[in-house]
Design a protein around this ligand. Structure first.
Ligand code: ZN
Length: 289
């Protein structure tokens, strides 16, 4: 099947959070989740498998931080190739029948602040994108970005693989929580990614599904591209020193039809969501089909 065929058949259910699912399996706070591809591959595979069982038709990879710049902070820059290659292999094997979109997160450094040069960023994202592509994912997902300039560099790097590339931003800042941390609006993100040759654009993490419906509608008005939507289970709250998400799977699912009407092409969840959220979302999509 082609990219056009995947995106033309109505909303495609993706997966939920990975970080919080790995924590349930013992990942420590401050531990690098991506390193589990090498040291606990069976737990990573179990996350992918549980989402596939719950009805996800697109499964991501545990490679969000596996670019050489982020890995260097953990002394693991030399494991970039292996960590990404294995990450794709795990998801492909554990989630048979699903499409695998390989995840690329931001570098953790801001171009605008002069923390990193464009050349360094491009080299880092090219290394990750090529490593991911070597295991044959169905597409690449550049996700949870805040800075437009960094997203454009990551997109350029991802496109060198010849794979379809979706670019997703995290909106969680400003009075209306409708800007990224660096002040980018949904319209700016959608237009810039359309002009830069992305195959899809969207929003993940940041706000919950209720707020994301409005952001999705604004993106839909600004681009013809397929829209990728993965909200959190509400805004995170700290309770007794632990991060909690208050939105339940049923509450989440009750907004899935609205997200669909707002023009979402791909629907899933980010932080705080789990396989139960995906099962509930699948039921909500089924009943509004
Ligand atoms: Zn998230």
């Amino acid at each position: 099947m082609s990219w056009q065929e995947w995106v033309s058949g109505g909303p495609v259910l993706t997966d939920g959070a990975w970080g919080t699912e790995l924590q349930k399996r013992g990942l420590g706070l401050g531990e690098l989740p991506d390193a589990w591809n090498l040291i606990h591959p069976e737990d990573v595979a179990d996350v992918a498998h549980c989402y596939r069982q719950a009805g996800s038709r697109v499964i991501l990879t545990n490679t969000f931080r596996a670019n050489p710049i982020s890995l260097a902070a953990h002394g693991l820059a030399d494991r970039c190739m292996e960590m990404n290659r294995v990450g794709v292999e795990i998801s492909k094997k554990a989630a048979e029948g699903a499409l695998v979109f390989a995840s690329m997160g931001p570098s953790g450094k801001l171009l605008g602040a002069g923390d990193v040069t464009e050349e360094e960023l491009l080299a880092a994202f090219c290394a990750q994108a090529q490593a991911l592509a070597s295991s044959g994912p169905d597409a690449l997902l550049v996700e949870t970005f805040s800075e437009l300039a960094e997203a454009i560099v990551a997109l350029r790097a991802a496109k060198t693989t010849g794979l379809a590339v979706v670019v997703s931003f995290a909106f969680d800042t400003g009075r209306n929580k409708d800007r990224t941390m660096t002040g980018v609006t949904p319209e700016q993100a959608a237009k810039a990614m359309t002009e830069s040759g992305a195959d899809g654009v969207g929003a993940n993490c940041g706000v919950g599904i209720e707020q994301l419906v409005g952001l999705c509608r604004r993106m839909r008005a600004a681009t013809h591209l397929p829209l990728w939507m993965k909200p959190n289970a509400g805004l995170p709250e700290v309770v007794d020193g632990a991060v909690r998400y208050r939105v339940t799977a049923a509450q989440f699912a009750s907004f899935v039809p609205s997200l669909r009407e707002a023009g979402a092409t791909f629907i899933g969840g980010c932080c705080g969501t789990d396989p139960q959220f995906i099962r509930s979302a699948a039921a909500a999509l089924g009943s509004c089909a």
